[in-house]
Design a protein around this ligand. Structure first.
Ligand code: FAD
Length: 463
């Protein structure tokens, strides 16, 4: 049979339509498209895609289930190793992971593994609540998990499935971490995150919301009632450019901007009483996924003009190609090789303009990307009434500050063993963004999986 090198496109909302709503942009494969895409898989004897997946999903296995039309079995197969398939199918950077190892990618398009994963998860969800697998008898051991993002959810699910009594503590009023407060509805509908959280609860995991570990209760206090604690508190402390004017009204961190919109439902004002002021001209600083999400959110909130202000060029954009393309299609203006140097306010203290400097690219720096260099005498002014800073985040210092003996690194990240998640404190494990700094959903889940194994081995002596 001839090899099919062309990936099936996924239906999407048209750009002119989607910029006016917060509904999901990508609509997912139909049964027919999924079958055609699955049929492209060569079922390699040594599947590179599995090595490329940080949680080692049996990818050829679930793709074969799609080819056979056995979607129940396919969805089950993914769930063996991944508690969040509908999320990962949507937001994982598959092009750098599983799909980058697909043999078809050498001459054409890799198999659309993420789209097939999403298809199975959505197909299963459309059939009603997911049956939890049979649980083993309780082993009498208790685990406290700090944070309910992908790392916390993975540890909680893995340990519940091994008979542990798990309690997950979340500072916010909704579970899900960045999946809930950061990634916008149009990329990851919150109903999907809630469904995945409900699944974890169905495994017997107790969820305590509005509970700030380090304030409400310290890790040391938790260790008196739990056999182990896993810290998965993420990296929620935003960085700023540290230029004049960052205290003006209308100047946001991406974290605040997206939280106001996603978690506090600012886009549904007046149904929710926490509106986000409409801004006519918005500048977003940065070039990653967070910047794309902020820019596309600003458009949907009714801005007339939204700019991505990025100090390098298109080639160095850290965002997923798909997300940058979506932003371009929707009309976001990309100002490359541009550095904001000063924010200017009006007489009432609101942002009115941004002074910028042109950049050019020099030799590659330590990150391997060409270093941006300021061009003397190139300063210019952009009129703006809101800015969103999306240049990165570090972990919040609350937990390290309230936990004596917990070793932290240069950027405030908790130091933990890469293979086990063990920290400098006995019976305390950590993983996800709180250890690595801002990374990806699947790497946080991978860290959760390794820590769950290590916790289990340490507490029970299991090999
Ligand atoms: P988080 O998801 O940050 O969860 C940590 C949780 O801990 C939060 O709910 C927080 O409220 C809670 N917490 C913090 N402190 C405490 C405390 N003291 N007590 C109790 N609870 C606490 N990754 C991708 O793979 N693909 C993408 O497309 C993508 N897009 C992104 C878009 C945005 C806007 C952002 C911000 C990130 C994006 N990421 C993406 C990154 C990804 O979401 C994170 O790497 C991932 O969520 C990290 O998971 P985590 O479990 O370590 O932490």
């Amino acid at each position: 049979m001839a090899i099919d090198y062309v990936k099936r496109a996924m239906p999407k909302q048209e750009p002119f339509e989607r910029v006016r709503n917060f509904d999901e942009v990508a609509l997912g494969y139909t049964v027919e498209l999924a079958a055609e895409e699955a049929a492209r898989c060569l079922a390699c004897k040594k599947p590179g895609c599995v090595d490329g997946c940080p949680v080692g999903i049996d990818i050829p296995g679930f793709i074969k289930c799609v080819t056979d039309g056995d979607f129940v079995a396919g969805a089950k197969k993914i769930k063996e190793t991944n508690a969040l398939p509908a999320v990962c199918g949507r937001v994982c950077p598959q092009e750098e992971q599983c799909e980058s190892r697909c043999i078809l990618g050498k001459k054409g398009d890799a198999v659309a593994i993420g789209r097939l994963e999403r298809f199975l998860a959505d197909w299963e969800a459309a059939r009603g609540p997911v049956e939890p697998p049979p649980l083993p008898p309780a082993n009498g051991l208790r685990i406290g998990v700090v944070g309910s993002g992908p790392a916390g959810i993975t540890v909680a699910a893995d340990l519940a499935l091994r008979g542990y009594k798990v309690t997950m503590f979340e500072a916010l009023h909704e579970a899900g971490g960045v999946l809930t407060y950061g990634i916008p509805e149009f990329r990851l509908p919150k109903a999907i995150v809630r469904r995945e959280v409900e699944y974890v609860k169905s495994l017997g995991v107790e969820l305590r919301l509005d509970f700030v570990v380090g304030k409400t209760r310290t890790i040391d206090s938790m260790l008196t009632s739990f056999d182990a604690v896993f810290v998965a508190a993420g990296a929620g402390l935003p960085w700023f450019l540290e230029i004049p004017g960052e205290n003006l009204n209308g100047v946001f961190s991406a974290n605040e901007y997206l939280t106001r919109c996603n978690l506090m439902r600012g886009f549904r004002f007046p149904a929710f009483d926490t509106p986000l002021k409409r801004s006519a001209r918005v500048a977003v600083f940065g070039g990653g996924n967070v910047a794309m999400d902020s820019a596309r959110t600003a458009l949907r909130l009714g801005a007339d003009e939204v700019h991505i202000v990025y100090r390098r060029s298109r080639a160095e954009l850290p965002a997923r190609a798909e997300e940058a393309e979506n932003a371009e299609e929707e009309g976001v203006i990309f100002d490359y090789l541009t550095l904001p140097i000063r924010l200017i306010g009006d007489e009432r203290g609101w942002l009115s303009g941004i002074e910028c400097r042109r950049m050019e690219l020099g030799e590659p720096d330590a990150s391997g990307r060409r270093r941006p260099i300021e061009v003397p005498g190139s300063d210019f002014l952009m009129e703006m009434d809101a800015s969103v800073c999306a240049i990165g985040n570090s972990p919040n210092p609350l937990i390290p500050m309230s936990t004596p003996g917990l070793e932290v690194g240069k950027r405030g990240n908790i130091v933990a063993d890469e293979e086990t998640g063990c920290t400098s404190r006995e019976r305390v494990w950590a993983g996800g963004d709180v250890v690595t700094g801002a990374a990806t959903v699947i790497s946080a889940m991978g860290a959760g999986r390794k820590a769950a194994r290590s916790i289990h081995e340490t507490l029970t002596g299991a090999g």
